[in-house]
Design a protein around this ligand. Structure first.
Ligand SMILES: [Zn+2]
Length: 403
């Protein structure tokens, strides 16, 4: 009896040791493969990127840090490069400030603010490129398609989430994410990269958030799209039509997923083959999520991964010389205040005022042809107007239409 007991104890302890090893292995795997922060190297100097002295905009890369206010950026700067140094996004030579208010409220959500940028119209919270009376608002992405430009959308959250959807879909409620996925199939968007596979899978598949049997990724494949589901498949893709959905819900930016920077690099590589130019929107979606959680480290991780993507976008634009790069936010999240840190090198002290959004104005940074138009203080709708003017879209904002 005693012997048997001893033996089973031994077996149990061996099992526990094995489990611990397995856990540690997975942990180390995760931390080795989480690329963004490990890959980050600060800018070599504090000089601004150069001014481009012409106004011929062929391509636009619009990078939106969701929830990324001045203090989110400042704390990223202090933490990663030092208070006296610049992040990559700080090196864009032209600066502006935008007010983010919604049509009916001081405090916007991501649907209303992204719609303001994409369509040039203020709308109510929750609406995706639509007016409250269900009229559709033509977006910068759609007008780019009219000009035969290639178009792409990238996010680190669900690809059906509000910011990205406000460029490629029209719907009265941002929560209708399954319907947003359906609209993407019809939208002829060249490149879609992000998370949210649950909204593409038929209802009988595990984790599906659909209430029907449509297999939306199969429908994309049927239309000639390459469908990628991990980093390796993304890197191997060279089709001009590409949908990469890398996670069931939001992305984790750990292998086998690509990082936001890797998504931008691949998208630019493919889109830039179009002789008519391209429009690309990139959302760092989880800066906002970290701020909603009042999780400083989470927010910073996402911010620095976003900054690395900004670097890649601007480096392409410098080579290309006809690409306008805009870096901004849709609103501030968390009411982040830095309250101290005292002497150099001391831990940063900070406070969050809320777990929601705030009406605090947010920065706009610009590089490339026409960048000087983005200097000043203005409403978020002006960003869409300025981009549309530089892309020579006739009358913007365009009239609403019934869909
Ligand atoms: Zn938010």
């Amino acid at each position: 009896m005693q012997l048997l007991h001893k033996k089973s104890l031994q077996i149990i302890s061996v099992k526990i040791i094995l489990l611990v090893f397995l856990f540690l292995f997975q942990l180390s795997n995760g931390s080795v493969l989480a690329q963004d922060i490990n890959a980050y190297t600060p800018p070599p100097d504090n000089s601004d990127y150069p001014i481009v002295h012409h106004r011929n905009v062929k391509n636009v890369i619009l990078l939106i840090g969701d929830g990324m206010g001045f203090n989110q950026i400042l704390s990223g700067r202090i933490k990663f490069v030092g208070a006296m140094n610049k992040l990559y996004m700080d090196k864009l030579p032209i600066s502006g400030v935008q007010f983010t208010h919604a049509d009916d409220q001081l405090i916007t959500d991501s649907a209303s603010s992204a719609t303001a940028i994409s369509s040039g119209y203020k709308t109510k919270n929750g609406l995706i490129a639509m007016t409250p009376d269900s009229m559709s608002l033509p977006t910068l992405l759609e007008l780019s398609q009219e000009k035969n430009k290639a178009v792409g959308l990238i996010t680190t959250v669900q690809s059906t989430h509000a910011t990205m959807a406000s460029f490629g879909a029209h719907i009265i409620n941002r929560n209708m994410q399954a319907a947003i996925a359906e609209q993407y199939v019809e939208s002829n968007i060249d490149i879609i990269l992000g998370g949210g596979r649950s909204y593409y899978l038929p209802q009988n598949m595990r984790g599906s958030n659909r209430k029907d049997d449509r297999d939306i990724l199969w429908e994309f494949a049927d239309r000639g799209y390459t469908v990628a589901s991990n980093y390796a498949e993304l890197m191997a893709a060279d089709n001009e039509k590409l949908i990469g959905i890398f996670s069931m819900d939001e992305m984790k930016s750990v292998r086998p997923e690509p990082s936001i920077e890797e998504m931008v690099r691949k998208a630019v590589e493919i889109l830039s083959k179009d002789e008519d130019g391209f429009f690309l929107m990139v959302e760092g979606g989880q800066i906002d999520w970290g701020a909603h959680d009042n999780d400083f480290e989470y927010m910073l991780r996402e911010l620095i991964a976003f900054d690395w993507a900004v670097k890649t976008a601007v480096e392409f634009a410098i080579q290309d010389n006809n690409t306008l790069v805009i870096v901004t936010a849709d609103h501030e999240t968390g009411g982040l205040i830095l309250t101290g840190g005292g002497m150099w090198g001391e831990e940063l002290e900070y406070n969050w005022a809320t777990t929601g959004h705030t009406p605090t104005p947010v920065p706009v940074r610009a590089f490339g042809p026409g960048a000087e138009d983005f200097a000043g203080f203005y409403q978020n709708t002006e960003i869409g107007v300025k981009i549309a003017n530089l892309m020579k879209f006739e009358n913007f904002p365009r009239p609403k239409y019934k869909k």
